[in-house]
Design a protein around this ligand. Structure first.
Ligand SMILES: Nc1ncnc2c1ncn2[C@@H]1O[C@H](COP(=O)(O)OP(=O)(O)O)[C@@H](O)[C@H]1O
Ligand SMILES: Cc1ncc(COP(=O)(O)O)c(N)n1
Length: 267
C-alpha cells in the first residue's frame, strides 16, 4: 500500500478547530499521513484568540529539517506564519528540500479579529512564498491585502485578483468566497489560463471556525495523493461543505466545523 504524506506548517489552535489540529484531522480523514511543524502556539477557543506565543525561527527550521530530512513529504500546506523571520525560514527550507505541491493559505486575521500575521510580514509572503506556491488560497480580505485592490466582491473582481496573484508567482490561485454575501458561496480557481467556479449553497451558521485551514489542508491531501489541482480543489470544496453543513455545535462562540462529516455523515 502506498503511504502518502502531507506536512502542515502552521499555528496550534488549542480549541482544535483551526490551525495544526484542523489540518491533521483533515489529512487523516482523506487518507494521508499527517506531519506538523509548529510556528506559534495560540491560547484559543470558540470565543477568540487569547494569547499568541511565537516559536523562534531557528526551532521552526529545526522541525522542518527533522521532518524533511527523514520522512519527506508529498505536499506541504502553510497556515499561520506570524512574522517575516518565520516566513523566510520556511521559504528557505521549502527551497532546500525542493518541495513540490505547496499550498499557501495566507492566514492573516482570525475570525474573531486577532492578527495571526504581523503587518510587517505581508511583503514577505508576496516576495518569498507566493513564487513557490502550487496553489494559494486567500479569502476575500486576504486577496485585497495581497493585491492592493480596494474591494473584491464580484466574480469579475475575483478574476482580477486571481490574475494579479498568478502574475505574482502562484501557479494556481483559489479566491475563496466565504466572506461574500448571497445565497451561494463561490470559490474561483485560476491556473493562468482558465477560470473554474466551484459553487455550493451558503449555509447559515456561526460555526465556521477553521474553514480556511481545513479547505487548504484538504487541497494538500489531494495533491499528495497525485490528484490534479482542479480535482484536489473540488474534493476540498466537498470536504469543507460537508464539515460546515453538519455542525457539531460545541463551544459558546464560533464553533469548529465537523471534520468527520465528509466520510461519516449523510450527504
Ligand atoms: N457559510 C458557508 N457555507 C458554505 N461554505 C462556506 C461558508 N463559509 C465558507 N465556506 C467555504 O469554506 C471555505 C473557506 O472559505 P472562507 O470562509 O472564505 O475562508 P477563511 O476561513 O480563510 O476566511 C471555502 O471553500 C468557502 O467556499
Ligand atoms: C492557529 C490558527 N490558525 C489559523 C486560524 C484561522 O482560522 P480560519 O480558518 O477560520 O480563518 C486560526 N484561527 N488559528
Amino acid at each position: 500500500m502506498a503511504v502518502y504524506k502531507a506536512l502542515t506548517v502552521a499555528g496550534s489552535d488549542s480549541g482544535g478547530g483551526a490551525g495544526i489540529q484542523a489540518d491533521i484531522k483533515t489529512f487523516q480523514e482523506l487518507g494521508v499521513f499527517g506531519m506538523s511543524v509548529l510556528t506559534a502556539l495560540t491560547a484559543q477557543n470558540t470565543n477568540g484568540v487569547h494569547g499568541v506565543f511565537a516559536v523562534p525561527p531557528e526551532f521552526v527550521a529545526q522541525q522542518m529539517e527533522a521532518v524533511l530530512s527523514d520522512l519527506g513529504t508529498d505536499a506541504v500546506k502553510t497556515g499561520m506564519l506570524f512574522d517575516s523571520s518565520i516566513i523566510r525560514t520556511v521559504a528557505d527550507k521549502l527551497k532546500e528540500y525542493k518541495v513540490k505541491n505547496y499550498v499557501l493559505d495566507p492566514v492573516m486575521i482570525a475570525k474573531g479579529g486577532a492578527p495571526l500575521l504581523l503587518e510587517e510580514a505581508v511583503a514577505a509572503v508576496k516576495e518569498y512564498l507566493l513564487p513557490l506556491s502550487t496553489v494559494v488560497t486567500p479569502n476575500l480580505p486576504e486577496a485585497e491585502v495581497l493585491t492592493g485592490m480596494k474591494r473584491i466582491e464580484t466574480i469579475e473582481e475575483m478574476k482580477e485578483a486571481a490574475r494579479i496573484l498568478h502574475e505574482g508567482g502562484a501557479l494556481n490561485v483559489v479566491i475563496k468566497g466565504g466572506h461574500g454575501t448571497g445565497p451561494q458561496v463561490t470559490d474561483l480557481l485560476y491556473d493562468g489560463d482558465t477560470f473554474i467556479e466551484i459553487t455550493a449553497d451558503r449555509f447559515d451558521t456561526p460555526h465556521t471556525h477553521g474553514t480556511g485551514c481545513t479547505f487548504a489542508a484538504a487541497i494538500a491531501a489531494g495533491l499528495a495523493q497525485g490528484m490534479s489541482v482542479p480535482d484536489a480543489v473540488k474534493q476540498a470544496k466537498a470536504f469543507i461543505t460537508a464539515a460546515i453543513t453538519h455542525p457539531l455545535g460545541i463551544g459558546s462562540g464560533h464553533g469548529p466545523t465537523n471534520h468527520w462529516a465528509y466520510n461519516r455523515c449523510e450527504k
